[in-house]
Design a protein around this ligand. Structure first.
Ligand code: SF4
Length: 419
């Protein structure tokens, strides 16, 4: 029999240096460069005005056609493969269960988030529809074609959920409404529920209410940063971006009131300079409000203002990933966890046998997100390899097998007691 030895005292004999610590000081983004006037606001694409024809597969060597929501949306590679729009296979995944749709405009997102491949500062070198986002390309597809294909599949659809991801654009609120209406006109939202990944910067309470009234099931806010300081540095004034921590929280609280318990949540990126305690305190705060957190491991997105910085060390990620699962789904509270002086998790607050059962089950290490049809703690949104390469998986887009779990145990760097 083997079990994980846990608790602050038991872990104290693990050398401190064996546990990674990503400091706030070490995660400074680059400053964005000025964009030449000829490339600003999608000018190149709009002036060429090439009409779109069917599906557009990102290719940086051609001039992007002029595509615009709500007629067009972009979708993840995984969703395009699952929908049969693109050929291909995903490493160890048969399909994705979430149809992630992203609003698209020649002007692109008007924000400048430092970790994001869609950020405005990339205007000079890539048209919006050609930009990589969470490590993959996003083909652009007519919304009518998507709805037609999903409606045709009916109850045989592989998708358990659809998600509209808003970006920062003056048309984003109105077009999200149009997309939701186009979907629900043909597809019963109780069969394939809809999540909204919101853009609080352009939203007010009435916008949140409207989306609920139109049949959206879950509303999430991409806080992304775990603290106001990191938010401001990576999404606000620090990178000439319009977002404000307070506005994000206001919209999150509107979502709590309007969507209700377990129907709202926040995205958080692990490893942008916060302590593990800070991040898990936010996870606890969200649970106390009645919501959930969806975690991502920081990965240096190519072309972003943080592409020179290291991905989150796996031991830090695994500790936070496991602790977040325990808070969200196993009734563990922040004050039951053990932390060292640097805020790193050294104890998981459960009896050894119970912790062992949860680790062996493996669900804690899968991608977190809005639920599908299997169980509440298994996300429909598996984002294959969105926060890591397949060679060093952070969020498992499938059920981890025995070999995966052996690797996870090594990454957790918790002493294993054999008896
Ligand atoms: S608002 Fe969203 S899409 Fe736009 S730059 Fe920030 S993270 Fe990227």
């Amino acid at each position: 029999m083997s079990c994980l030895n846990q608790g602050a005292e038991a872990a104290a004999d693990t050398a401190d240096e064996a546990r990674s610590l990503v400091s706030f000081g070490s995660m400074q983004p680059r400053a964005p460069a000025a964009t030449p006037a000829a490339a600003r606001n999608g000018k190149r694409v709009k002036e060429a005005a090439v009409p779109p024809q069917g599906v557009y597969l990102p290719n940086n060597n051609v001039l992007t056609p002029q595509m615009r929501s709500p007629e067009y949306v972009q979708m993840s590679n995984a969703a395009a493969i699952t929908l049969g729009i693109m050929p291909g296979r995903m490493h160890r995944c048969a399909c994705t269960r979430c149809l992630n749709l992203l609003l698209t405009y020649p002007e692109g997102c008007r924000a400048n988030c430092a970790y994001c491949g869609l950020a405005r500062h990339r205007e000079a070198d890539r048209d919006y529809a050609d930009r990589n986002f969470i490590r993959v390309d996003w083909p652009a597809v007519p919304m009518a074609e998507i709805v037609e294909r999903v409606a045709r599949d009916g109850i045989d659809s592989p998708f358990h959920r659809m998600c509209i991801s808003m970006i920062t654009h003056p048309q984003s609120d109105a077009d999200t409404v149009s997309l939701l209406k186009a979907w629900t006109a043909r597809i019963d939202p109780s069969t394939i529920p809809v999540s909204i990944l919101s853009n609080p910067t352009t939203m007010e309470r009435a916008d949140v209410q409207r989306l609920r009234d139109l049949g959206a099931d879950i509303f999430t806010v991409a806080l992304d940063a775990a603290t106001p300081e990191i938010f401001d540095r990576t999404r606000g004034k620090g990178v000439q971006s319009p977002h404000k921590w307070q506005q994000y929280w206001e919209v999150l609280l509107h979502a709590r009131d309007i969507f209700g318990p377990r129907k709202f949540g926040a995205h958080i990126i692990v490893g942008m300079g916060e302590t593990e305690h800070e991040l898990l305190a936010l996870v606890q705060q969200l649970v106390d409000l009645g919501g959930h957190s969806h975690l991502f491991s920081f990965f240096p997105e190519r072309g972003s203002l943080m592409d020179h910085l290291p991905a989150t060390p796996r031991d830090q990620w695994r500790r936070v990933q496991l602790a977040r699962y325990l808070i969200d789904y196993a009734g563990v509270r922040l004050d039951q966890l053990g932390f060292d002086a640097a805020g790193r998790v050294v104890g998981f607050g459960l009896a050894a046998a119970e912790l062992e059962r949860i680790v062996v089950e493996g669900v804690a290490f899968r991608t977190s997100g809005c639920p599908g049809k299997f169980r509440d703690d298994v996300s429909a949104c598996d984002r294959p390899y969105g926060d890591s390469p397949p060679s060093d998986i952070a969020s498992y887009p499938f059920q981890p097998g025995k070999q995966d779990l052996r690797k996870i145990r090594r990454q957790l760097k918790i002493p294993v007691v054999r008896g």
